[in-house]
Design a protein around this ligand. Structure first.
Ligand code: NIG
Ligand code: FE
Length: 414
């Protein structure tokens, strides 16, 4: 399949030699090529530029031509943190929240993650697959080209394996790049209340070996926070996962200065995610690491939390990735365009910073920086063609409307 896009008003995130991630002041740099064309073959970016001679050459070779007059092209979003395999929804808790209950109060009453786990236990693999498939389709048409999906609504060995098998099926059937993360330590099941250590033992001694034995996960996650898992639980679980080849990628510092960021850095986590509670010590720990700080403003908005200090983090020299956290309890949306807007509006990130955060840095946060996240020859042709827009700042600016006209995955318009 050979495709050429011509008359691109601006080709965004053009990186002839792509860095693995961008940090600090580099986040403000968004390389752009005006009046450009892009040629792809067999799902791979083969060439791009502005030269009219080359354009003529590729016009003859291409089987499909797209005229992008007035439109922009950019790498599809890499959503590095979701929980999109789940059963049912939780709008009753949402109403409780409106009435004043906090996320932790809801969780203590058996709502929250445990509520989703109860429903998931009753769902079949087919039901879970069908619901997740619809969500995948929806986010793909909103611009997502790669997505990480976590388990964590099972909380028994069988149900955790069930979710991970659904993710495996999604990987096989969807054109999107999908990464799977095992999150057995998402919440302590009611039967283990007061006996958290025993549940941690189950995760370590039974779940991790089975998950790894079936090759069902790429990463290991723990919800390391007040009221959930302690840094000591987290260390034990991460060590066990690492032994089985699972790289950490953890939930940290959403509800408190929990020590989660430091534990993640200590175990070379690919990313630490949420980070509403980030201070100088946490920033210092991250600065000496390869761990990607990943912010989830959809969850902070939905739960009414204080936002993470994104500006302070960038000004200290850190990179930032933004992800949706798509899940039924704290962020029932996988719309990365909305996440970009929240990045600008509530985290005060510049348009070029949010675009970097959802492309190149998102790709890094899911281990796909070699294949995705920038317009680079040899990378996959996972691209967004926007509607006609006045400038790239319009992308985060026009919040709530869909600016994506076409999504191209592996060089094919979906
Ligand atoms: O990332 N913080 C932990 N886990 C999810 C929420 C899960 C839920 O409430 O169902 C999150 O926000
Ligand atoms: Fe999450």
């Amino acid at each position: 399949m050979r495709m050429l896009i011509t008359n691109i008003k601006e080709l965004l995130q053009v990186r002839p030699i792509a860095p693995t991630k961008v940090a600090g002041t580099q986040m403000q740099e968004l390389p752009v090529l005006a009046d450009a064309w892009l040629y792809m073959e067999d799902g791979i970016i083969k060439d791009f530029g502005t030269d009219l001679g080359d354009l003529e050459h590729y016009s003859k070779k291409a089987q499909t031509l797209i005229d992008a007059t007035g439109r922009m092209v950019l790498p599809a979003f890499c959503d590095s943190h979701t929980h999109l395999v789940y059963a049912g929804s939780r709008e009753k808790e949402y109403v409780d929240k409106i009435k004043g209950l906090s996320y932790e109060e809801i969780a203590k009453r058996g709502g929250g993650i445990l509520n989703s786990a109860k429903r998931l236990n009753q769902a079949t693999e087919t039901e879970l697959f069908d619901a997740a498939w619809q969500r995948l389709e929806e986010i793909m048409h909103l611009g997502t080209g790669a997505v990480e999906i976590k388990s964590g609504y099972g909380l028994t060995t069988d149900s955790e394996l069930k979710i991970l098998r659904v993710i495996r099926q999604l990987k096989e059937k969807s054109p999107l790049n999908i990464k799977a993360t095992f999150l057995g330590a998402h919440a302590v099941p009611a039967e283990y209340k007061g006996n958290q250590e025993e549940y941690v033992n189950l995760v370590i001694n039974e779940m991790i070996p089975m998950v790894a034995g079936e090759g069902l996960a790429d990463y290991i996650d723990v919800f390391c926070d007040r009221g959930f898992f302690t840094p000591i639980d987290t260390e034990r679980i991460l060590m066990a996962g690492i032994k089985f080849g699972l790289k950490p990628k953890i939930h940290a510092n959403e509800l408190d200065f929990s020590g989660g960021i430091q534990v993640g850095v200590k175990y070379s986590a690919l990313s630490v995610d949420h980070l509403e509670c980030t201070g100088d010590e946490e920033i210092q720990a991250l600065l000496n690491s390869e761990t990607m700080p990943t912010l989830l403003p959809g969850a902070a908005l939905f739960l009414g939390l204080e936002y993470p200090p994104a500006r302070k983090m960038i000004e200290a020299g850190l990179p930032i990735a933004l992800a949706s956290d798509y899940n039924p309890g704290s962020s029932p949306s996988g719309n990365m365009q909305l996440i970009m807007s929240l990045g600008s509006i509530v985290l005060r990130m510049l348009p070029q910073e949010v675009i970097n955060a959802v492309t190149i840095n998102g790709a890094y946060a899911m281990g796909l920086e070699e294949q995705l996240g920038s317009i680079t020859i040899g990378k996959k042709a996972n691209l967004i063609l926007t509607k006609p827009i006045s400038s790239y700042a319009f992308l985060p600016y026009a919040f709530g409307s869909n600016k994506v006209e076409k999504i191209i995955i592996n060089g094919i318009v979906q």
